[in-house]
Ligand binder design. Sequence first.
Ligand SMILES: *[C@@H]1O[C@H](CO)[C@@H](O)[C@H](O)[C@H]1NC(C)=O
Ligand SMILES: *[C@@H]1O[C@H](CO)[C@@H](O)[C@H](O)[C@H]1NC(C)=O
Ligand SMILES: *[C@@H]1O[C@H](CO)[C@@H](O)[C@H](O)[C@H]1NC(C)=O
Ligand SMILES: *[C@@H]1O[C@H](CO)[C@@H](O)[C@H](O)[C@H]1NC(C)=O
Ligand SMILES: CC(=O)N[C@H]1CO[C@H](CO)[C@@H](O)[C@@H]1O
Length: 595
Amino acid sequence: MNLKTCQLFTLFMLFVGVVAVIVVCWTAMYGYQDPSVPFWKEEVIYQVYPRSYYDFHPDGLGDLKGITSKVDYFKEIGVGAIWLSPIYTSPMADFGYDIANFTDIDPIFGTMEDFDELLDTYHGKGLKVIMDFVPNHSSDEHEWFKKSVKKEYPFTDYYIWSDPLSFNKSEPVPPNNWLSVFRGSAWTWSEERKQFYFHQFLDKQPDLNFRNPDVQEEMLGILKFWLDKGVDGFRVDALKHLFEVEDVHQDEPVAKDSGIDDKMDYGYLNHTLTVNQPETFGVLRKWRELIDLYSDKLMMVEVYEGQDLGTLMKYYGNETDPLADFPFNFLMIEGLHNRTELTGFSLKSAVTLWLDNMPSGKWPNWVLGNHDNHRVGSRLGSDLVDALNMMSLLLPGTAITYYGEEIGMEDTWISWEDTKDPQGCRYGPERYAEYSRDPERTPMQWDNTSFAGFTTASDTWLPVNENYKTLNVKAQKDATYSHLSVYQSLTQLRKLDVFTTGRIAYPSITEDVFSFVRYADETATYYLVVINTSEEELTVDLHHDASFDLPKTGTVVVRSITDTSEETVPGSEVSLDSVKMVGGEGLVFSLNVEN
Ligand SMILES: *[C@@H]1O[C@H](CO)[C@@H](O)[C@H](O)[C@H]1NC(C)=O
Ligand SMILES: *[C@@H]1O[C@H](CO)[C@@H](O)[C@H](O)[C@H]1NC(C)=O
Ligand SMILES: *[C@@H]1O[C@H](CO)[C@@H](O)[C@H](O)[C@H]1NC(C)=O
Ligand SMILES: *[C@@H]1O[C@H](CO)[C@@H](O)[C@H](O)[C@H]1NC(C)=O
Ligand SMILES: CC(=O)N[C@H]1CO[C@H](CO)[C@@H](O)[C@@H]1O
């Protein structure tokens, strides 16, 4: 090597070194993401309810700056994407699900600049941001509706209008018996237009007319607006209500065996004409096509269908005709209402029902709670919080965490006077508690200072749960073992390939025990999750009746905080034919299966 080549070589090596350092730093800062795997197959999605997350400009209501300020929290707990419940301009008749401008931010949450800052901050830390998309209706205060009432072109048919069936004395009679989800007729009379308009929810939420191509274009324009801003996807709200039959002069039949006598109650009718109409899929396909023009975006849809998996699975589409990336899996919510219904068998059937019915090549997901359902710890038992997080985070598919589930937040009792949810308010002081969704929407519990550190204002929009003094993020960060530390361990663990691509088997299922193994041919370590669904202490024999070949022992990786025994301290090796578990406990073992 002469001097010149030697210098060139040195320069070249320096260059390689610098590039390597940059790559290492970049991956350390932003994490490595395999571009061929969509983000939502690897990351945990966390639902933020903006009113209740963090109040930066203290007025008792959460805001965008509050969410921006909490970005590091998500890095710490291992969440990769947040989904924001609606933040759009809204009169707040249904807390943001009644939208007056789909491309603007409501002042109570902040400004568009605040949103841009949020998006930049989250993207800067390698986190994704998913928006709520609420297509089924707008607010009656939306410009479109105001113009539609006046029959102003082109807005005349943006909504669903109908002449009255008849007049009873001078009272107009609605064209049919259709009911609002929130109770009462789904038709409201417009004195100005002398016609009824249709609303599946509140009268302040007129349904958009998706049979009108202009409305479809408007909605595509709204999606494009947010995609161009750089958001990472959408959660589409109440999709099954998008269409109703075109001819409104048909009544819906009374539901069989519903046990409901109240003729104004939504459950009284069988909704054959107003939900899941075939046209819905055509619209969904157009949204899919638009979203696919961008890279690595998510579209998840909300459809409540109970155990009717056939209807639900249609929202996935199939390999040649993809629609949503997934419809939410509510089997853990709709299939398991209370502790009595929770057994090893019922958990297994909830899991396999989804996995076995999913179209081939599709991706599962697990939802334990959301802003419309009681908190999972209150529904099923606070002793189960860790075990249920183990399931949702370690089963195959995307885990969706409702804010506060990582610390085991519970429902908050709310008096009639403090009730805000329109669904609760409509049922009056006697029955509101059955219907109100306020208990699961109370402020996030950050620490033990006043209002749980959620705000420095003098009051909050909903009361803070009284348990905040002990149940809060700060206390759980300070403790060696807490729901939060369990959650963190699980989000770390699920980064292993075996949790993304591995298969699943159920070694032992009994009345009181649910268990599953995640395994792959190419790994020497499998993972076993065991849950004691009963409230009693048990000694579990995982070899008894085992349909899957387990080794003699397993090493504890994570355990519920309710278990304080010496034998199951993480790192301990435990004989799998006698695993002691306290009521509601979950345990995660690593299994060495070499040779
Ligand atoms: C929504 O808000 C934006 C920004 O203020 C405005 O430009 C737009 O015209 C509004 N759209 C409607 C339909 O009112
Ligand atoms: C007309 O309205 C009255 C008063 O609301 C009601 O009692 C009656 O049943 C109605 N008649 C018909 C035919 O709907
Ligand atoms: C609702 O109607 C469908 C279609 O006619 C029928 O198959 C179903 O059994 C009905 N369900 C109830 C609860 O009435
Ligand atoms: C996929 O769905 C489309 C539309 O529903 C249907 O026409 C097609 O036959 C399906 N393809 C497969 C492979 O099932
Ligand atoms: C499609 C849609 O907008 N669904 C929503 C309809 O409105 C009600 C009331 O605001 C919401 O609760 C649904 O989620």
